[in-house]
Design a protein around this ligand. Sequence first.
Ligand SMILES: Nc1nc2c(ncn2[C@@H]2O[C@H](COP(=O)(O)OP(=O)(O)OP(=O)(O)O)[C@@H](O)[C@H]2O)c(=O)[nH]1
Ligand SMILES: Nc1nc2c(ncn2[C@@H]2O[C@H](COP(=O)(O)OP(=O)(O)OP(=O)(O)O)[C@@H](O)[C@H]2O)c(=O)[nH]1
Length: 433
Amino acid sequence: MDIVAIVGRPNVGKSTLFNRLIGEKQSIVDNVSGVTRDRQYGQSNWNGKEFAVVDTGGFVRNSEDVFEAAIRDQVQIAIDEATVILFMVDVSTGLTDLDEQVAHLLRRAKKPVVLAVNKVDNHTRQLEANEFWSLGFEETFFLSSVTGSGTGELLDAVVEHVENREEPERTIPHVAVVGQPNAGKSSFINALLGEERNIVTDIAGTTRDSIHSHYNKYEREFMLIDTAGIRKKAKVYENLEFYSVMRAIRAIEESDVVVLIVDATDGVEGQDLAIFRIAQKRNKGIVVAINKWDLVLDKETNTARDYELKVRERFAPFNDLPIIFMSVLEKQRIMKVVDATMQVYENRTRRIPTSQLNDVMQAAMERYSPPNYRGKEISIKYVVQLPLAYPAFAFYCNHPQHINDSYKNYLENQIRANFEFSGVPISIFFRKK
Ligand SMILES: Nc1nc2c(ncn2[C@@H]2O[C@H](COP(=O)(O)OP(=O)(O)OP(=O)(O)O)[C@@H](O)[C@H]2O)c(=O)[nH]1
Ligand SMILES: Nc1nc2c(ncn2[C@@H]2O[C@H](COP(=O)(O)OP(=O)(O)OP(=O)(O)O)[C@@H](O)[C@H]2O)c(=O)[nH]1
């Protein structure tokens, strides 16, 4: 999926536009599941074209006083990683030095740039906004993110640069190895591939600059997707947090299963969660590998168990997934991670025959039926698994809009209790019948 990155100074209105793009619905859903840092990444659809949106402002806390250098850094990363750059400026403050600096970087980029002059709320501001033509971007649009005026034209221009890429037919599982800088991603991949590291580049229409390596040993075969280390030679960004999430997004997009490597000495941090939620939103299989377990000293009988419980809490509500403690350094349990990955891949492709699914779910719904809504009886007639690349179920019922989240969770838990979907997010829809 193509990535549209919104860049610009603090306070110009990036997150207001971002929220508009990803839609009210998504933010409500996220609130329910306790996602707080959802400002970074979302999916949008315009004119039938789907794309991912990244709000670069979501990566800086207190962005009011963020260093200018950090913003320039983000712009450079966005240029490298995104498909289209949406550069936002603010008519109410007028053109600033930092705008000029950002524009300078963008003009040299070989990526399409769309300039959005925001807060053009009225006629006076419309006149003032003309000064931004001096930045020299052919595609310049005037909008008001709060009222929404002008956003349609802007998006039309943005999606001109977006391709609707079909998911390529895959013959073997694609596995993305992601995690924070220094978690041990390269060490893990090197341990798997050793000398035989066979880098496959340029798979038609899929790769740009992530590295694909083919693993085929001990009757296990998959493609490893690794974006680690690409930039090491070129430039080490100060803004590592933004950079590593950005490159994780790319790898996740191309994968079926994501192996999230976490440094045991740090525990699960905000950034690990950000990457985890992106994989979850994209319905990818997930395996968590807690690495550097050798560095955790004085281990007792319950150390791993207690640690695992804490990790599961962090990932809630989606925590039906394999968590494996490994040490790449001491070659401990690396193959366990591989096996879990293969299992999760299988779970993600699992198809439950309709009759079996209905037998199990009818029984579950008899044990605990959907609560009435304002005296209306809710009845779910049957359920089918949808023909998608990931597990998704449609429940046909009389009042689809009145089934509450706790009942939805009940249904999901029942599916998980009866069928093996460990490591895989499940989508549940209610449809009118
Ligand atoms: N008048 C007006 N105000 C706007 C418009 N869009 C956003 N704002 C306001 O501008 C302020 C900053 O908006 P944000 O969306 O938080 O800006 P941001 O660029 O994401 O800021 P950072 O989080 O600092 O990066 C908020 O008070 C918005 O309500 C607009 O079109 N017109
Ligand atoms: N003690 C210990 N050190 C490890 C382990 N795995 C990796 N390391 C060390 O951690 C450091 C970082 O490992 P890398 O594999 O380069 O980490 P990375 O995630 O690829 O890092 P970036 O490319 O910066 O994103 C190296 O010094 C490794 O030797 C482990 O299991 N135990």
